[in-house]
Design a protein around this ligand. Structure first.
Ligand SMILES: NC(=O)c1ccc[n+]([C@@H]2O[C@H](COP(=O)([O-])OP(=O)(O)OC[C@H]3O[C@@H](n4cnc5c(N)ncnc54)[C@H](OP(=O)(O)O)[C@@H]3O)[C@@H](O)[C@H]2O)c1
Length: 358
C-alpha cells in the first residue's frame, strides 16, 4: 500500500521538484498539496499563476496536468487525517511552526533549515550517514511526538558532504576550504534573485550560507553518540557566491587528509561510495553517487547537472594539493533542487522506509 504524502510548499521550486519526482513512485503517493494562505483555496494551476497571467511550472518534464486540478490547502490549517507523511518545502521563515505542527502527529521530511541544528535532529544523506536515523528515537521521546522531523542538508552542503564522506571514511579529513558558485534557483522564487542583479554578474555573498555549510557538513560526517551527533572535528572554511547559472551548484574544494593517499586511492574511495545502496529499496538513488571525470573541462553545470536523474555528484579536476598541506583538490557539480532538495529528501524517505521509520 502506498504511503500517502502531503507536499507543503508545493507551489515553489523545491515543491515542484517533489511533484515531478513522485509521479508513479513505487512507495509514495501525493494526496494533498499545501502552500501559503495566498495560494490556498485555488486549484494548483491557478495557485502557480503569476500576476501577469503566466503559469510558473518550473520543472522539466511538464507534469503540470497531473496536478493542475488538485486543490491547494493552507499549510497552517491543512487537516492531517489520511496522511502518512509530510514533505516540507516551505520558505524557511514559515517552516518552524508548520513542521512542529505536523511532527506532533506525522513523520516530516524537510528541505528547510528549521530543525537542522537541533541536537536531537539528524541531517541525513543515506550513503553518508543513514545510521544517524536512530536519533529519531531520542527526538520522539524528548519531544513527545508521534511523528518526527528529518531534514536534508542545505543544497551547497549536499555536494560537499557527499564528496568528503568517502575521503573522511578512508583517510580522515583534516581541514577543508571550499568556494561555491551557486545557481540562482537555490534562492527559490520568493524572494529569489533579481535578474538585474545576477545577469552578467557574480554576487560574492549569500547571507547565512557559509556557516550553514560548515556546520551541516561537520554534523553529517560526525558520529552518532548517545543522544546527539558528535560532529566531525575538522575545520571548514566556506566562501559562497551566486553566479548566473539556472540550476546546479559548482564548488571548488581543497581537503587536507589525515593519512597520505594516492590519487588512485582517492578515486577508488570516491567511485565506490554508495555502492551498498540498493536501487530496489532506493529507486531515487543515483547509480553512481560520485561520477569522476578525467576531462579537465568537466564537470560543468549545464552539461552534468541532470546526469543520473540529477542525483550524482560530478567531480573533476582531481589533483594533489601540497601548498596547503598533504591533500587533494577538485571541482564538483551537484544539482541543487534535485539531489540538493526534493529528490534528496525523497531518497531520505526511501531510506527511512527501509529502516522501519515509515
Ligand atoms: N531552491 C533550492 O535549491 C533549495 C535547496 C535546498 C533547500 N531549499 C529549501 O526549500 C524550501 C523551499 O525553497 P524553494 O526554493 O522551493 O522556495 P520558493 O520557490 O520560494 O517556494 C516557497 C514555498 O513556500 C511557500 N510558503 C511561503 N510562505 C509560506 C507560509 N507562510 N506558509 C506556507 N507556505 C509558505 C510558498 O507558497 P506560496 O506560493 O503560496 O507563497 C512556496 O510554495 C526553503 O526552505 C529552502 O531553503 C531550497
Amino acid at each position: 500500500m502506498s504511503i500517502r504524502c502531503a507536499i507543503v510548499g508545493a507551489t515553489g521550486i523545491a515543491g515542484q521538484q517533489f511533484l515531478s519526482a513522485l509521479i508513479q513512485h513505487p512507495f509514495f503517493k501525493v494526496v494533498r498539496l499545501a502552500a501559503s494562505s495566498k495560494s490556498a483555496g485555488k486549484n494548483y494551476r491557478e495557485a502557480i499563476r503569476q500576476e501577469d497571467g503566466q503559469v510558473s511550472w518550473y520543472v522539466e518534464p511538464d507534469y503540470l496536468n497531473t496536478y493542475a486540478d488538485m486543490m491547494v490547502e493552507d499549510a497552517a490549517t491543512m487537516p492531517l487525517e489520511g496522511l502518512d507523511l509530510v514533505f516540507s518545502a516551505v520558505e524557511s521563515s514559515a517552516a518552524r511552526d508548520l513542521e512542529t505542527r505536523y511532527a506532533e502527529h506525522l513523520p516530516v521530511i524537510s528541505t528547510t533549515s528549521a530543525y537542522r541544528y537541533e541536537t536531537d535532529v539528524p541531517i541525513i544523506i543515506p550513503a553518508a550517514n543513514g545510521g544517524h536515523a536512530q536519533l529519531i528515537h531520542t527526538q520522539r521521546t524528548a519531544r513527545k511526538w508521534r511523528g518526527f522531523v528529518v531534514p536534508g542538508p542545505n543544497c551547497t552542503t549536499t555536494g560537499l558532504a557527499i564528496a568528503l564522506a568517502p575521503l573522511h571514511r578512508a583517510f580522515g579529513v583534516d581541514r577543508v576550504i571550499m568556494t561555491s558558485l551557486q545557481a540562482v534557483s537555490g534562492a527559490g522564487r520568493s524572494p529569489g534573485v533579481g535578474s538585474m542583479d545576477i545577469v552578467d554578474n557574480i554576487v560574492p555573498y549569500i547571507p547565512n550560507e557559509e556557516g550553514k555549510v560548515e556546520r551541516e557538513t561537520q554534523k553529517i560526517l560526525g558520529q552518532l553518540a548517545a543522544e546527539a551527533i558528535d560532529p566531525a572535528n575538522f575545520p571548514i572554511s566556506a566562501t559562497c557566491t551566486r553566479v548566473p547559472v539556472l540550476e546546479a551548484h559548482t564548488e571548488t574544494v581543497y581537503a587536507a587528509l589525515s593519512k597520505p593517499a594516492s590519487l588512485a586511492e582517492v578515486r577508488e574511495a570516491m567511485t565506490t561510495f554508495g555502492g551498498d545502496i540498493n536501487p530496489s529499496t532506493h529507486p531515487s538513488a543515483p547509480k553512481q553517487w560520485i561520477t569522476l571525470h578525467d576531462d579537465p573541462f568537466r564537470p560543468q553545470p549545464r552539461v552534468d547537472r541532470d546526469v543520473d536523474g540529477g542525483m550524482t555528484t560530478s567531480v573533476g579536476r582531481l589533483r594533489e594539493e601540497t601548498v596547503l598541506g598533504i591533500g587533494v583538490k577538485f571541482v564538483l557539480v551537484s544539482h541543487n533542487t534535485k539531489m540538493g532538495a526534493a529528490k534528496g529528501a525523497l531518497l531520505v524517505a526511501e531510506d527511512l522506509r527501509l529502516r522501519g521509520f515509515l
